[in-house]
Design a protein around this ligand. Structure first.
Ligand code: ADP
Ligand code: MG
Length: 238
């Protein structure tokens, strides 16, 4: 049994088919990257896994359990989005502790865990700062700490580096790989950037127009693209 299974997932918005029968499995501890052009359905897949969208048909199973109809708050999933989405009026401590507090963790445990998480993302001592006092890169690392702090089953990242400049993107990208390896948290990472797709992750899902074109290791996908689209999309330089 796979850790996460998408089984023939389909999502329609009126006449538009955003996700057109996607099936894929993710093993526990894997880092899976989903890549494809803008509008191909990547975010809709992540939003379906979080429960922010209800699929038109198909199933989402986590550790064999159907979670397709579970409300978002009943799913133990950490999220990181492009636009940081930290709570601006809460301190860094309150932001990172949020998921722990929601789950009733005692204050001492919150303190300990937040300190550990901030060390992990190289932001020791940032507890009492506000997001507005932190740079874009720092805010995104805080968002990563917040997504992992409460020990989620899954972490979903939707283009988390798109708003950062190129150098920062490269350094945070390698930091993300390190953090994922250290914590072993199962991660789905969405990007439209071919370089990111080929350099991050154990497996790569290439999407086009709501469909999954290929699902292999990044190396195999690059070496042996299964469709014309995959060959063209990954061959194109960015
Ligand atoms: P991606 O993340 O790959 O850029 P999305 O999953 O955001 O793609 O969108 C897939 C398609 O579904 C797009 O055509 C988009 O316009 C459409 N779409 C996404 N969300 C909605 C919505 N809430 N209502 C209507 N159409 C939507
Ligand atoms: Mg998107």
């Amino acid at each position: 049994m796979a850790f996460l299974e998408l089984d023939n997932l389909r999502k329609e918005f009126g006449d538009l088919v955003a996700v057109d029968g996607v099936s894929l499995t993710v093993e526990e501890g894997q880092f899976v990257t989903i890549v494809g052009p803008s509008g191909c359905g990547k975010s809709t897949i992540l939003r379906s896994i979080t429960g922010l969208e209800t699929p038109t048909s198909g199933e989402i199973r986590l550790e064999g359990r159907d979670i397709t109809e579970l409300p978002p708050y009943r799913r133990n999933i950490g999220l990181v989005f492009q636009d940081y989405a930290l709570f601006p009026h809460k301190t860094v401590f309150e932001n990172v502790a949020f998921g722990l507090k929601m789950r009733g963790a005692p204050e001492a445990e919150q303190r300990e865990r937040v300190t550990e998480m901030l060390e992990m993302v190289n932001l020791e001592g940032y507890e009492e700062k506000y997001p507005g006092e932190c740079s874009g890169g720092e805010q995104q690392r805080i968002a990563v700490a917040r997504a992992i702090a409460f020990d989620p089953d899954l972490v979903l990242m939707d283009e988390p580096l798109s708003n950062l400049d190129k150098n920062l993107r490269t350094s945070i990208r390698s930091e993300l790989r390190r953090i994922q390896a250290e914590t072993g948290v199962t991660t789905l990472y969405v990007t439209h950037n071919q370089n990111e797709a080929l350099s991050l992750g154990d497996k790569l899902a290439v999407m086009n127009d709501g469909r999954l074109e290929q699902y292999d290791t990044p190396e195999d996908t690059y070496r042996e693209p299964r469709t014309r689209f995959v060959a063209d999309f990954l061959g194109r330089s960015t």
